[in-house]
Design a protein around this ligand. Structure first.
Ligand SMILES: [Zn+2]
Length: 433
């Protein structure tokens, strides 16, 4: 399985235990910086904290700052706050090099804490209790950033010299999605990660430390606007009721597509509730007053695609129902609009990168690694679809079920396991002296 000697494995294991308190302290510092997005608070503060840490570990550090024009274009939700990312490059410590470059990536932004009264811990406190750390972003994904940095520091503490280059990036605006964005999307567009240069990318999102995640589902977010004709509510026959046309579409689409989506399942998606393709109608706006027939009604929808489906197929399912209803009724008028769309991502789970991390999981935990697909989209799409680099997986500490929720937590043992897995995996990927 592993090509490392038992002495090397023991040294790595001992180093993870020695460095874990430092990794926890660093994670606490990260959590204490409020980086809620939107709008994207304190990005400079957090990327400088990470940059300084990388510099202290011997990395060459570069900050990638967007211009105000780029910020307006790529982060329209960002209230003109600064968008800045950091990249650290650690040259090989061995005398002979393998020429390989492994890039670790995490996002610094977090989602809002929600109703503060429902937290039992300070969301920006990083409190440690009973073997867990609590706070917004401990799992998604400041824990991953701490793990990716301390995995490499573990190898150095174990006295092992790497034959390849390590890159670490911490980026903004993952949580705000976008076909393009100011974080990982921007780094890919600017050529910091390329198919030609980069050997492999590991994004340390929380898909459970016992799993290698090889992809994510696709998404379409859009609106359908129904147009009618207003009339007095006492004479509805004189008008065309846009709310009723909207309701008719929702009813028919839900009935017909839920049957179809039953057949579109991917058992690799976690959690199990996300294994099916789905269409959810999420917001309705229509009508102005009780005694007027509404002439406009808008419904927002969230369509999730499993690997194997395509955006074009998913769109045509919706369009064919709309077109049929319009052909049956000349008063059924609508407009279809999309705000965000991304194809599902799935990379080969048998590729070397994935096999090496799966083996490392087995070495550390004694349990066979899972191969999973993420329910939502993440920055993997920029690397796989944007840069065309297939050697990109998700691996990090934390449980996907325990993110974006109250009392977000991360088990400290899970953090340590992820550090050890990535340390062993990196040694295998780039080679040791
Ligand atoms: Zn995340």
């Amino acid at each position: 399985m592993t090509t490392l000697s038992s002495d090397q494995l023991l040294a790595i294991h001992a180093a993870t235990q020695k460095l874990l308190p430092d990794a926890i302290n660093f994670l606490t510092e990260l959590v204490r910086i409020d980086t809620r997005n939107p709008p994207g608070n304190n990005y400079r503060k957090i990327v400088e904290l990470i940059g300084n840490k990388l510099q202290s570990f011997g990395y060459d550090v570069k900050y990638v700052l967007l211009t105000p024009e780029e910020t307006d274009e790529l982060a329209p939700h960002g209230e003109k706050l600064e968008r800045i990312n950091v990249i650290g490059v650690l040259p090989p410590s061995a005398s002979s090099t393998s020429g390989k470059i492994i890039h670790f990536n995490g996002h610094v932004d977090v989602v809002h804490e929600g109703d503060i009264s429902r937290w039992n811990f300070d969301p920006f406190g990083g409190e440690v209790k009973n073997g867990k750390i609590y706070g917004r972003g401990v799992s998604d994904m400041k824990g991953g950033i701490a793990a990716q940095i301390y995995a490499i520091e573990t190898l150095s503490a174990a006295g092992l010299k790497l034959r390849g280059t390590i890159e670490q990036s911490a980026v903004v605006d993952e949580e705000s999605t976008g076909i393009r964005n100011a974080g990982m999307g921007y780094l890919v567009e600017k050529g910091y990660i390329t198919k030609e240069k980069t050997t492999a990318v590991i994004i340390t999102e929380p898909l459970n430390s016992g799993n290698v995640c090889c992809g994510h589902r696709g998404t379409i977010w859009g609106d359908i606007i129904f147009y009618g004709k207003s009339s007095h509510g006492s004479m509805p026959a004189l008008g065309v009721n846009a709310v009723q046309n909207c309701a008719k579409f929702i009813t028919i689409a839900t009935e017909e597509l839920s049957v179809l989506h039953e057949t579109k399942r991917d058992p690799k998606v976690i959690p199990v509730e996300a294994q099916k393709a789905s269409l959810a109608f999420t917001v309705i706006q229509g009508g102005t007053n009780t005694n007027s027939v509404p002439d406009i009604c808008k419904v927002s929808f969230d369509r999730r695609l499993v690997p194997g489906e395509s955006l074009d197929q998913a769109r045509s399912e919706i369009h064919s129902i709309l077109q049929r209803l319009a052909s049956e009724d000349s008063n059924f008028k609508y407009k279809y609009e999309e705000r965000y769309a991304v194809e599902p991502v799935w990379v080969d789970p048998e590729q070397p990168l994935s096999c090496i991390i799966r083996n490392a999981i087995q070495t550390v935990t004694g349990i066979e690694s899972g191969v999973v697909c993420s329910p939502g989209s993440d920055d993997q799409r920029f690397v796989v679809q944007g840069a065309g680099l297939e050697a990109c997986i998700i691996y990090g500490p934390g449980n996907i079920k325990n993110v974006h929720c109250y009392d977000e937590e991360l088990s400290l043992e899970d953090l340590r396991i992820a550090i050890e897995v990535m340390a062993i995996g990196t040694a295998e990927l780039v080679g040791l002296e």
